[in-house]
Structure formats: C-alpha cells, structure tokens
Design a protein around this ligand. Sequence first.
Ligand SMILES: Cc1cc2nc3c(=O)[nH]c(=O)nc-3n(C[C@H](O)[C@H](O)[C@H](O)COP(=O)(O)OP(=O)(O)OC[C@H]3O[C@@H](n4cnc5c(N)ncnc54)[C@H](O)[C@@H]3O)c2cc1C
Length: 472
Amino acid sequence: MEKQESAHVLVAGSGLAGLATAVWLAEAGHRVTLVEKRGRLGGRTISFEVPGVEGHVDNGQHLFAGCYDALLRYVDTIGTRDQLVWDAPPFAIRTGPDQLLTLRAPTWLPGVLRRTVGLSWMFWPPIPLRERPAALRTWARIVRAALRPTPELDDLTVDRWFRRIGAPESLRALVLDQFVIGLLNEKTERVSASMFVQTLHWIGKRAMSGNTRAGDAVWPRVSLHDLFVAPAARYLSARGGEIVVGTGVTDLEITDDTLTGVHLSDGRVVEVDAAVLAVPPWSLTTLLDRGRLGQYDHFAPVRKIEPAPISSVYVWLDRPLRMRRLAENLRDTTIEWVFDTTGMHGVETNAGHCYSLAVSASWEVVHLPNAEFAAAALRSLAEHYPEVAHAEVLRTHVIHQPQATFSAQPGFDELRLPQRTPVDGLFLAGDWTDTGMPSTMESAAESAVRAVDRVRELFTRRAAKAQVADQL
Ligand SMILES: Cc1cc2nc3c(=O)[nH]c(=O)nc-3n(C[C@H](O)[C@H](O)[C@H](O)COP(=O)(O)OP(=O)(O)OC[C@H]3O[C@@H](n4cnc5c(N)ncnc54)[C@H](O)[C@@H]3O)c2cc1C
C-alpha cells in the first residue's frame, strides 16, 4: 500500500506559490523535489545584487496587508514573521510639495477605533462640496456591490461601472482610480469591475472575521530573498527536500489520464506520485504547445491570460527625504509610489538612503530606455519633494517588469483554472489560478494552501482505494 508520508511530489516553479506548496508538503511529511527553470529561486519575489550596494535589492517593492492570511501562515511556517514591519493602512496621497492627504488617528484610541478613523479618510476626501453627495452615493454603491459580488460585473470594465454608478470625476482623480490600480495593477479602462468588487469582498470578509489589523500595511524589514526564499530553501533542505535550479519542466508522462513522471530540461524523467505546476500562465502555455498537456482542452483558457507591467527605479540619495509615511502615493506625475526602503529596513547603509519609485500598470513607460525612465522618475520626485534639488543622487537602478502580474480584463473569471486538473496526480498553483483574488502574493500563497489540500485528498483517496484492494 502506498504510504502518504513517503509519497514523492514534484513542485515546478519557485515563486511564492511553488515555495509555499513545497514547504507545506514537506511539513506534511512528503518527499519533495522543487524544480526552478531560472538560475535562482524566488520567481517574481526574487532579489538580486546591485554593484556597490550591500545585500540584496528586490524585484520591485512589495507591499502586503494584514488580511494576507495565507502569506502570514507561510512566514510563520518558515519562521520569518519577526522580519515584518506593521504600519497604518497605506492611504497617504501626496498632491504636491508638503501636501499629504492622510489621517492618522490619535494613538490613545483603542486599536479598532483607531483603524476605523484612519480608514474613514478614504470616504471623505477633500473634493468640491457639490460633488460630495455623489461621492457618498458612489461609496454606498461600491460597498453594496462588494457585500454581494455578482458575475455580471465581469462583463464591464471598472471605468464603465464607475460611469454607470455616477462616480464624480473629482473622487475618481483623487482616490478611486489609483485605489483600483494599486489593488489590481491595471488601468480602470482595462480591468474587470468584477475583479475589483471581489477583491473588496474578500478583504471585507477577512476584516469582519475578527482580524482588526486586516487593513494595515505590512512591509518587509529585509529583502524578499531573506524573508521568503532563503528560509524556505533551508526549511526544505532540513526535511530532505531536493532543490533543482536552472532546470525546467518540459513535459509530463501521462498514462490513462494519470501522471506518472515529469520530464526535465536536463534530460531526466523523474518518477512522481504527484506534481504541482506552480508556473505563470505564460509558461504553462509553452508546456501546452510543446507537451502532452496540450491534448486537454481543460487548460486552453490559460492561453488568453495577458500580463500587465510594473516599472520601478531604485534611487540612492546622500540624505533622506522629508516623507511622513513609509509609502506615499503621488498624483499628476510619472511616478505613482515612493517607498522609503531604507526606512522600512531600518538600516542606513554606505550606499546611501534608498527609495523605490514605482509605476503600476506602467503601459506608458515600460518601453522607455532605463536612463530616460530614471530621469523622468527623478523629475517626479523633485516635483513632490523639493529637497531633492539639494541631494546627490548616488546611483539608480531600473527594473521594467512587462509580466509583473496578470491583467484581469472583463471575462477573466472564466480563464482562471482550479488547482485540481483532469489529470490524476497533477495540480496547479499560482496567483492566476482560481482563488478569487487579484495577482498578489496572497493569491499565490492561497493557491498553495488549496493545492496542498488537493494533494492531501489525492493520497487519502489512493490510500483508501489501496486498502479496499488489499481486503479483496
Ligand atoms: C514589481 C512587482 C511588484 C509587485 N508588487 C506586489 C505587491 O506590492 N503586493 C503583492 O501582493 N503582489 C505584488 N506583486 C505580485 C506578486 O509578486 C506575484 O503575484 C506573486 O509573486 C506570484 O507568485 P507565483 O508563485 O504565482 O508566480 P511566480 O513568482 O512568477 O513564480 C513562477 C516560477 O515558475 C518558474 N517557471 C516557469 N516555467 C517553469 C518550468 N517549465 N519549470 C520550472 N519552473 C518554471 C518561473 O521561473 C518562476 O520562478 C508584484 C509583482 C512585481 C513583479
């Protein structure tokens, strides 16, 4: 009889979905092989070295919220929760020099009340008086839709939906449109209204389930490599897991709709009891084109999933800026976010004070040459922080990520695949699989929770079947 503890599971892809799947399968006692096509672990949460800078620089600033339950469970498993900085909800809008719209409730207020006051700013921003009734009606419509999301909204873009519900332009320009882009990494004219409403729904649900810190911003105190990747590799190695980098999955061995082996790019065929493909949709498409998986129509929708870009510039200055929050959201300029990376890490290094400047859904700038984009970013910074004029720019480092997230356009709900597949023993994970969440670290971690559950069900079912066979 097949023993659940000794079953061999191969996990392909070492982004957060693959790492969390591998770690939790190892925790459950399985023999795990983690296979990563690139030369380093980490996927989109990778960190790398930049000449002249100590330690690692991340693949763009990553922010998460107190409602990221699955991701928090992952950092608990690998033992890095103490490397997180908990902060107030990330609503701080900078409209010009010394003009920061934010509300920090007095610290003497009890926790829940303090956060409610902090969040309430969003519902009452400084817009013209005559547009305030329409703004309140808009918020009421958004909250009502978020309480009960309906599939019809997947036919509409957020832009069309906002027009339909009469969202005033002033509220959109100051708060709403950037709020959507921040949550979904896509422009309101492209992104599905259903994705927006579903996102508010799960955040609200987690907040209502007693998590009073659901809306808080959570920042990494160390690089993503030290937070998510290196500790996971140590965790796996300590439990006998095998880690293979620079080698991708190229095809699958399938007999009678049951997975029996996995082909690797180094020519090996690895025998497995189960496998989890935790690769992005654009990589799964390659497997469909070149391998046996292509014969299953089930996977075809994945071909229609499109990516959306994020562009970032890391800037090292010889002095800190006068930021009031660790992250500020700029208006009317090229750069959308300024993150105080050194402030989050709490350590000033000899490379200078580091800021990460980011543009989400960066369609307009993703094709700019690095020097041109860095210059535009520094001009944006100087417009909002005049003290930049007196600072020396020690170095810059540009990262354009054309495939940063998926683009949840109308109809996207239909394209997401569940973690279980028609091939017995083969499962999917990844932020794009059906979690109901936007393209985030939480969706990646949640997909891992679900994939691991499906693997457990598989082995329980196989064990029961084997027991019946033994008794016959
Ligand atoms: C610049 C940037 C900023 C972001 N900001 C945030 C943020 O603030 N908050 C947030 O929550 N999310 C953010 N995200 C999104 C978040 O990083 C992703 O949603 C998440 O990391 C996706 O993880 P994943 O495991 O699903 O996919 P990935 O990280 O893409 O991992 C997939 C892995 O599979 C590997 N692979 C592909 N094909 C094969 C193969 N055939 N065999 C073996 N391996 C293969 C790839 O090399 C890759 O390592 C950001 C992303 C970027 C790029």
